[in-house]
Design a protein around this ligand. Structure first.
Ligand code: ADP
Length: 161
């Protein structure tokens, strides 16, 4: 069985993430979405909420499992026998860091990284931008799934009180 992992914070999951996960799910028999435990930065959503949103929005793909991870991604991969990391490359600005990480992961553990070119519709899209725009009342309905939009609106309303 050919397996791959899509890692990230998913705070919250966006249409850009889902584009990559859905394409990865067509290339591999099983795709694990590894949701990072954020130690340093405090997220808007808890780990459980982030995982739940990914589960809800990837359920239809049929071969996607959602797990949490902390520490080294290559250790996560080794423990589960996953040889490939799939990532989306949005722009040149992503490239330097992503290349370093890919080379490190290859060197450390022989884990390969497959880069998928981002759908141009989402090349500007990040979770932080979605949160920023939504905080100031901007319309992000085309950037995140419906279920994420309602959780986001609810959370921002709660936090502003
Ligand atoms: P963000 O970068 O949005 O804060 P993450 O750290 O959760 O979110 O992103 C994890 C990975 O998801 C990124 O390294 C990248 O591979 C992919 N990704 C994120 N946003 C997009 C996007 N708009 N298009 C394609 N891939 C994306």
């Amino acid at each position: 069985m050919h397996k791959a992992v899509c890692p990230g914070s998913f705070d919250p999951v966006t249409n850009g993430h889902l584009d990559i996960v859905s394409r990865a799910s067509k290339l591999y028999d099983e795709v694990t979405v590894a949701v990072m435990v954020n130690k340093s930065k405090k997220g808007l959503f808890t780990l459980e909420e982030r995982m739940e949103m990914v589960r809800e929005t990837t359920a239809d793909y049929g071969n996607v499992v959602v797990e949490s991870f902390h520490g080294l991604l290559v250790d996560f991969c080794r423990d589960r026998g996953i040889p490939v990391i799939v990532k989306g490359l949005r722009a040149v600005s992503d490239f330097d860091y992503e290349l370093q990480m890919a080379q490190m992961n290859q060197g450390l553990a022989g884990v390969e990284t497959l880069f998928l070119s981002t759908n141009p519709l989402y090349s500007f899209l990040s979770s932080s931008l979605v949160k920023e725009v939504a905080t100031y009342g901007g319309d992000v309905s085309g950037l995140v799934p419906k279920t994420v939009l309602s959780r986001l609106t609810e959370r921002l309303e709660r936090d502003s009180q």
